[in-house]
Write a protein that binds this ligand. Structure first.
Ligand code: NAP
Length: 260
């Protein structure tokens, strides 16, 4: 299926690695000209070059912290009128909520709730005027099924989800569509890092640890970031304007429910 995205312009946040990178790659394959961001300039430039080489698409890397005003301004200056916005950033740390004070909470709410909201605010009126917009927020399976030790993630992302649910219904009539994708376990650097300690402690290869931990998932494996990227490109398609305000859970069926 041609997703109808050739020549569109997009911003993919936090995209030098992992899920953001995969979204950028899939969109570039569909012919979307991209601005991609991340804090580490060298990694970001490398990723931009890999995407250009593989897809022949224009990719502009803008290094910066997307959770800061300056980082967002730089991304928007490089692409002031995007057709597509993929919101993403690092997630808050694990821990016991008794140890988190105002600073920790403000960082989490800023990164995983306010940052996407401010980016949406900056681009949405232009999308409405141009009668085309696709916004995908990368959140987490923890929005649907909270992970106790990820309390700040559960809370901040749920806040974004509530806001988006309302806004999506205010803009859909202008062919501006907002949806969220909720990743379960995807084999990115972030997930690998979580398994590293277990691998070290048991002196076993990390792939063995991953396979062991994923055995209980109905799909029998962790998610491949590339399939996440393709789902994102689908939700950015010109053809999906009736899919409004959804929370697409990509978890291999781990959330046990008759209606996902
Ligand atoms: P990852 O592999 O660690 O990649 C994170 C990417 O985001 C890197 O490119 C990183 O580059 C960039 N980044 C992080 N903080 C940034 C910031 N403040 N400004 C700009 N760029 C930033 O992580 P991932 O697994 O793709 O996870 C992406 C998001 O999905 C996270 O919020 C994570 O919590 C969530 N998630 C992931 C999974 C999973 O299984 N992978 C599951 C549930 C939720 P720099 O460090 O150079 O900035």
């Amino acid at each position: 299926m041609d997703l109808g995205l050739k020549g569109k312009k997009g911003i993919v946040c936090a995209a030098s690695k992992g899920l953001g990178r995969a979204c950028a790659m899939s969109l570039a394959r569909e012919g979307v000209e991209l601005v991609i961001t991340a804090r580490t300039a060298a990694d970001l430039e490398r990723t931009a070059e890999e995407i250009r080489r593989e897809t022949g698409t224009k990719v502009t890397p803008i290094a910066g912290d997307i959770t800061s005003d300056a980082g967002r301004a730089a991304a928007l200056a490089a692409c002031p009128a995007p057709d597509i916005l993929v919101n993403n950033a690092g997630g808050p740390p694990r821990g016991d909520f008794r140890e988190w004070g105002r600073d920790e909470w403000e960082k989490a709410v800023n990164g995983n709730m306010l940052t996407p909201i401010f980016l949406i605010k900056a681009v949405i009126d232009g999308m409405i005027e141009r009668k085309f917009g696709r916004i995908v927020n990368i959140t987490s399976a923890s929005v649907k099924s909270p992970i106790p030790e990820l309390g700040m993630s559960n809370g901040a992302r749920a806040g974004l989800t509530g806001f988006v649910a309302g806004l999506a219904r205010q803009v859909a009539r202008h062919n501006v569509v907002i949806n969220n994708i909720l990743p379960g376990p995807f084999l990115t650097d972030r997930l690998r890092a979580g398994f590293t300690e277990a691998a070290r402690a048991s002196n076993r290869p990390i792939d063995e640890i991953v396979a062991e931990r994923m055995k209980g998932n109905p799909a029998g494996r962790a998610g491949d970031p590339a399939e996440f990227g393709d789902a994102c490109a689908f939700l950015c398609s010109a053809k999906i304007s009736f899919i409004v305000g959804h929370n697409l859970l990509l978890d291999g069926g781990a959330f046990n429910s008759s209606i996902a």
